[in-house]
Every structure is written in C-alpha cells, then in structure tokens.
Design a protein around this ligand. Sequence first.
Ligand SMILES: Cc1ncc(COP(=O)(O)O)c(C=O)c1O
Length: 386
Amino acid sequence: MIVKPADRTGNVQEYYFSQKLAQIDRMRREGSDVINLGIGSPDQPPSENTISELIEQAQKATTHGYQNYSGIPALRKAFSDWYKKYFHVNLNPDNEILLLMGSKEGIMHISMAFVNHGDEVLVPDPGYPSYSSVTNLVGGIVRKYDLDEKNSWLPDLEAIEQSDLSRVKLMWVNYPNMPTGVKGSMKLFEKLVTFSQKHKILLCNDNPYSFILNKEYFSLLAVDGAKEIALELNSLSKSHNMAGWRIGMVAGHSEYIKNVLKVKSNMDSGMFLAMQMAAVEALNNPESWYESVNSVYIRRRKIVEEIMELLKCRYDKSQVGLFVWGRISEDIPDCESYVEDILMKIHVFITPGFIFGKNGERHIRISLCATEEKLNEAKYRIKSLL
Ligand SMILES: Cc1ncc(COP(=O)(O)O)c(C=O)c1O
C-alpha cells in the first residue's frame, strides 16, 4: 500500500459483525446452511401503510431532491407526538429533535460535537461496541464503567464517583440495555441525571429497544431538568422493523441539537423524502401494531430460552429487547472458542459476549430475529451436539 491510512484507523478495528457476516457469507457460498442468530436485524416487515406511503411518494416526480438537514417538519412532529404519547416527554419539533440515519450515526455525531481530543468518555462494559470505537476515532479516551450482574447490570454511580471525573465530558447509557436485556427505570434515570448534573457530564441514553417485549416506555428526557444535561437517541430500526431504512433521531435541548446539526449538516444532505413521509406513517401505527410484532417475538423467545437451557446457560426471564443474554456454564473454558465450535460443527452462529467488553466474557447473546422454523432447526442441531 503506497498511502498510509490516518493514524486514527489504528485506534479501531473493523466492526466484529462486519467480519463475521463476511465469514458466514463465505460459508454459505461453500454450501453450508448457516443459521445466523447473531445480529438484531428485524426480519418482520414494517406496517403496510408505511410501505404503501413509501411507494406512493417515490412515484412522484417531486420527492427526489435534497431535503431539509434536520428532517422534514412532519417527521419531527411525528417523533414529537410519539414521545408525548409513549414516553410522556414534550419535545419541540422545531428545535429539540434532529433526524438521524439510525441511532448509530448519532453516536458519531454527538461525539464529534462534544468530545475534544483527550476528553474522557464513560462507556458501559458490557456495552454496544460503537461507544468505544467512536470515542477512539474522535481522539477521546474511553473510561469503561462496569455493569455487573450482581448489581442487576446497572451502573454503580458511587463506585464511578470514587475516581477523578474532572476530565469526563460524556457518558453513554443504554436502557433498555443491550446486551443484558435489563429494562431500566425512571428511578435509574433520575439518579443518572443528578450524577451528570453534579459532574457536568453530558449524559446520552441510546434508546432503540423500548418497544420490543416491553410495555413500560422510559425516556431519560422525562426526568425533570434532564434536557439541560442529557440527550436521547431513538430509532425506527427495531421498534418499526426498519433497520435497513436507517431512520432515527436525537432529542434534547435546542442548543445541544444545534451543535450536533453543525457536524451532521457537513456530512450528509438530508434523507429521501419518500422515506421520511413513510416514517411518519410508521410512527402513527396504533399500539396494537407493536403488540402484533411482539406476539411473534414472544413465541420465538420461548424457543430461544429452550436453546439457552440446552446449552446450560443461566439467564433472566424478565429481559426485554431483541435478544436473550445468558451466562455459559462454568465448565466451558472459553466462550469465544465455544461459539466458534458451534458455528463450525452445526452452522449456528451465536454472538459471544466478549465483543461487548470484559464483563460479557462468560456470556452469549441469541437474537430473536429468526423465524420459529429456523430457531427450532437451531435447537435441533444443538441437541445433536450434546
Ligand atoms: C445499543 C444499540 N444502539 C444502537 C444501535 C444501532 O441502531 P440503528 O439501527 O438505529 O443505528 C444498535 C443496533 O444494534 C444497538 O444495539
């Protein structure tokens, strides 16, 4: 290679799933029928009215130009109404909501907008890997904080306060939590807001899982005074079966949103109007739509729990979200090779917990984004292994 990549690429690795999906593709091309229970990409469709609106709008000659950088007013209003209805949060659609291409994009934009070189960022362990990799990319310093099963996978704020927090600029939280499936609570959010006010840390809740196998919708922004110190990301990827559409949002104080827009408006030029109009339809789905999606996940989760039991994993039945998280048996020496062995021998891919940090090392995560037929087939293959 003649040209050296930028130094920052040395601080990150290719995303684990990017490599793993390439391996699975290779195995499939070579004839293996791999069942992928790794990734949380919903396989059910968006609501019918969402799709018909997309088609109708795409057929118009007038929908194909550049769009407003923050999202069309109708979509910001739909997000605001959705937050009011389900999370009891008032958001001004004019300046407290910014449309994003998924919440993942928001992790980068928020970090670019608020983290200076050398600033510290509190990142959960276990946690979604992008919080750390993006912090590294923007020149911040990752400070992992433990989520421990003994503390119900909640942050121990007193323990975090034992160390010097004077250089911490940003803290990532994610409730309902991925990968542990812990729901969180308003009490937790109140404590987090008090903590971040005290230490002047921008608190960001990444909240894409509220609607999956969960009926209590909590938002960090529902805490009194939260907007002064906090942002929340949300997304249609999981809640509306629209992961490939790349539609999400960040909400919070208009001054924070303005700064995120400064970054984002230099990176893209708005989102296809037909998709935005269709997203308005999705956000207006009746509550019964979420129930019908969840009725499928309830049946799938039962099979995944049976798989967890066959694998002798310990897991909590009250988990919410798109996955089941379980602790592997103590007599398995190493989780990564255990999972690799399962993939190679019976062609079932399960996510090893180490990719979420050291506190995930003895765990696996199984996705509910596969049909009952596939899950039963995976269960059958796992039985053959025992
Ligand atoms: C915790 C968490 N945050 C963000 C994302 C990304 O979601 P989006 O599709 O909205 O970018 C995921 C997706 O797996 C996730 O698990």
